[in-house]
Design a protein around this ligand. Structure first.
Ligand SMILES: *Cc1c(COP(=O)(O)O)cnc(C)c1O
Length: 377
């Protein structure tokens, strides 16, 4: 079919290199803390859901988690039969497919539980119930969760497989008292339910930050995304386990020329050469996830093992780099936007800090037009 062709061809020398041996190693290291659920939503934070899911399972993960039923479908279509937790309550029209594919839905409304029971049609279907202990995104409030659990256990179909919650500030040591508050609200719900005879097979609360920084949050399963990809959840959080970044964003210089001092580069002519210099063009742009604003905030790339400034605003498909007076740069030379080159490294966190965001967003931004190249299989 013609539709697939554009991405199957990779004439443009630009790619995201994903080291699956790093994913496996990170999964193995995290699995030492508690049984691991590898969070592969959003195309595994841009790394590629299917390949990452397989690597995480090979490294020791026992569960996968996705945000959408659609993402679970993609994993099942690829032949992955591990347990898959859907992190939000499936919409009514997605419930039948979630059941048919053996995904584990999260439920937090009585209506959701009824819809799920209907979809399962009397067959046993393990589900997880989510309680909102303070994040206030989704989840039944502690006051309402009993009714949801009751709808599950009396459904004659649904199996109360899990009870879970989500931490809002586990990555911020300055707010540890709120994390403790969330965990104690969670414990209160759990013991109340247990008192009524509703005992979930497993409980879980930790994201990467919870898993790394809050041992009490680990329970029966840790739901790790960012740490699986080799990044700390926050810059100030020094991980207790060694993590290896899995993704590098790379390209090859597509055009190189010398410019005199006083020349101005890119749209708006906002970068001015201060000396005669070598300017390299790199075939990646904001349509690929390299934010246009990266120029304004002093973004750099690696060329020839050296840091070089982005010269002028990033355009849709290309950006320019000032390689300096003494540069020995040629068309075809490797340019690293995220990752290592020689002794230098630009981390996703470095780019995120410049842009006032978090590594998660930098990774997820790498667009579908960028081929993923897998190494370390
Ligand atoms: C995305 C997500 C996670 C993973 O978070 P990380 O900080 O990347 O580890 C865990 N749990 C839920 C509910 C999520 O939405």
């Amino acid at each position: 079919m013609a539709g697939g062709r554009v991405t199957e061809r990779a004439y443009r020398p630009a790619w995201a290199e994903v080291d699956l041996s790093a994913v496996r190693a990170n999964a193995a290291a995290l699995s030492e803390l508690a049984p691991l659920c590898a969070v592969v939503k959003a195309n595994a934070y841009g790394h590629g859901a299917v390949d990452v899911a397989k690597a995480a399972l090979a490294g020791g993960a026992s569960w996968l988690a996705v945000a959408l039923v659609e993402e679970g479908v993609q994993l099942r279509d690829a032949g992955i039969d591990a347990p898959v937790l859907v992190l939000a309550e499936p919409t009514a029209d997605a419930m039948a497919e979630a059941y048919a594919l053996g995904l584990t839905p999260t439920l937090y409304t009585e209506n959701g539980a009824k819809t799920a029971a209907g979809a399962a049609g009397g067959e046993p279907w393990p589900v997880h119930v989510k309680v909102d202990t303070g994040m206030h995104r989704v989840g039944a409030s502690p006051a309402d969760v009993d009714a949801v659990v009751d709808a599950v256990v009396t459904s004659g179909s649904l199996v109360f497989d899990g009870l879970w919650t989500h931490l809002a500030v586990a990555d911020d040591a300055g707010q540890d008292d709120f994390t403790e508050e969330q965990l104690s609200r969670f414990e209160a719900v759990r013991s109340r339910l247990t008192g009524t005879g509703a005992v979930p097979r497993m409980v879980h609360a930790a994201n990467s930050a919870g898993a790394l920084a809050h041992p009490l949050a680990r329970y029966d399963l840790i739901r790790c995304g960012i740490a699986l990809y080799g990044h700390r959840p926050a810059l100030a959080l020094t991980p207790s386990v060694e993590l290896r970044p899995a993704m590098s964003l790379k390209a090859r210089a597509s055009y190189v020329r010398e410019l005199d001092a006083g020349e101005r580069i890119s749209y708006g002519r906002r970068y001015e050469t201060s000396q005669r210099t070598t300017i390299a063009t790199v075939p990646l742009g904001y349509a690929d996830g390299v934010t246009r604003r990266l120029f304004d905030v002093g973004g750099q790339v690696l060329v020839g093992g050296r840091r070089c400034p982005i010269a002028g605003v990033v355009t849709m498909d290309q950006l320019m780099v000032d390689c300096g007076t003494d540069a020995d740069v040629h068309v075809g030379d490797e340019v690293v936007l995220i990752g290592r080159q020689g002794d230098e490294e630009i981390t996703a966190w470095e780019v995120a800090e410049l842009l006032g965001t978090i590594s998660y967003e930098v990774l997820c931004a790498v667009g579908p037009r960028v081929p993923r190249v897998y190494i370390g299989r």
